[in-house]
Design a protein around this ligand. Structure first.
Ligand code: ISC
Length: 397
């Protein structure tokens, strides 16, 4: 199959997506990648899903006839990736678009894969009404699950666990993924706005980016949101001095850094500082490293997932508590999402602040990191605040 990348004149990315569904995107503040059409796709599952996806991608790219004028990360063959959170059940997806448009550092490129059919551009539509209903885990059941998890941490069974719940949004017409993506991009330029196989969202958290030998990650955990008339500066100061939030954050940083360190010749951690978003603020740390070998981004993602930003500490105990107390299938929420290229480079975020969109229904997810000091009512409010980006984008606010 022939793959051809060439420079094109600059222009927006999300505005190029031709159809209401099937959008592929990974865009932050106007830069990134969008794609459409499917030249190839693979679905994998189980504990070996990363290895299976990696092997498939290596075989697929080895068979390609590539002409790439740029030779930068994201030019040449690209697959959009969305991995299931859990080993089972779960369906992970890699999609190779027929057409990719990429943009970084003032350069814009277009890649075609195989014989691409023309994709007529359809107008973007918005729903006129949206109704909400409980998902698999209602808000009240979530509060009880949080209470039970906190009791276990107070009894010393584990240090941290992240519990999530879901919410159904039902629109009066099939949801146009581009409408949601554009709304998210407008309000959350600091986030990576993404869409892969119907999972649509805007994540502030980068699991790992690999550009040659350099890797970096943005770890988030510990959250506040506007309340009690506090100013942004007061909220920030309270977050930085909160023992409970710092503990949550330290677990998340340690889980990422301790796993990444053996792959690196050098590694440094900076933080925490505060990342301010319109709906919430997070404690945020940046981890930067130089690899001592050349593992692909997918194999690195396999080692790192799930960090304690979405799982917990110890990891295996936290996964068992999540399975027992959430009792729902997270699907691809909280799994790695992003893109990889033919050199094993790419970007994997953590699929947060998202929904699985099917027809006129969206299943929204949000979770909260819990430690022994957590208060169930506050965690319910925090999860609500984390669902606002998707809700507002869907409602056109
Ligand atoms: C699990 C989520 O957020 C994670 C990322 C940032 C802060 C978090 C927290 O403070 O609980 C969570 O660990 C989610 O948005 O669903």
């Amino acid at each position: 199959m022939r793959v051809h990348t060439r420079r094109v004149t600059a222009g927006g990315l999300l505005g190029r997506l031709p159809a209401p569904t099937g959008a592929l995107a990974w865009v932050r503040d106007g830069s990134g990648l969008v794609g459409w059409g499917e030249a190839a796709r693979v679905e994998v599952s189980g504990p070996d899903r990363f290895a299976a996806a990696d092997a498939w991608w290596r075989d697929f790219t080895a068979s390609l006839d590539v002409e790439d004028e740029l030779g930068v990360p994201g030019s040449g063959p690209v697959a959009f990736v969305s991995m299931a959170f859990a080993d089972r059940p779960g369906r992970s997806v890699l999609v190779v678009p027929e057409v990719v448009v990429g943009r970084r550092g003032g350069e814009t490129w277009l890649t075609t894969v195989g014989e691409s059919e023309p994709h007529p551009v359809q107008p973007v539509t918005r729903p006129s009404t949206v109704r909400y209903a409980d998902g698999e885990l209602s808000v009240t059941a979530y509060r009880e699950a949080v209470r039970a998890a906190v009791a276990r941490m107070r009894a010393g069974e584990l240090g941290k666990v992240v519990l999530a719940h879901d919410l159904l949004a039902v629109a009066d017409a099939p949801i146009d993924h581009r409408f949601v993506l554009q709304g998210l991009a407008r309000r959350y330029p600091e986030c990576w706005v993404y869409a892969v196989d119907g999972l649509v969202g805007a994540t502030p958290e980068l699991l790992l980016r690999r550009s040659g030998q350099v890797v970096d990650s943005r770890v988030l955990a510990g959250t506040t949101w506007p309340h009690d008339g506090m100013s942004d500066d007061e909220l920030e100061a309270a977050l930085l001095s909160s023992g409970k939030n710092r503990e949550e954050h330290e677990y998340a940083v340690a889980s990422l850094a301790d796993t990444l360190r053996p792959f690196c010749a050098t590694m440094s951690v900076e933080g925490p500082s505060v990342l301010r978003l319109p709906n919430v603020s997070h404690l945020s740390s940046d981890v930067i490293g130089t690899l001592n070998d050349s593992p692909s981004l997918l194999r690195l993602g396999e080692a790192l997932h799930p960090t304690a930003a979405v799982g917990g500490t110890p990891r295996a105990d936290a996964i068992a508590v999540i399975e027992e107390l959430e009792g729902m299938d997270r699907g691809r929420y909280a799994g790695p999402v992003g893109w990889i290229d033919g050199n094993g480079d790419g970007e994997l975020g953590i699929a947060l602040r998202c929904a699985q969109v099917e027809g006129s229904t969206a299943r929204l997810f949000a979770g909260c990191g819990l430690v022994a000091e957590s208060d169930p009512d506050s965690e319910v409010r925090e999860a609500h605040a984390k669902m606002l980006p998707f809700r507002e984008a869907l409602e056109g606010m």
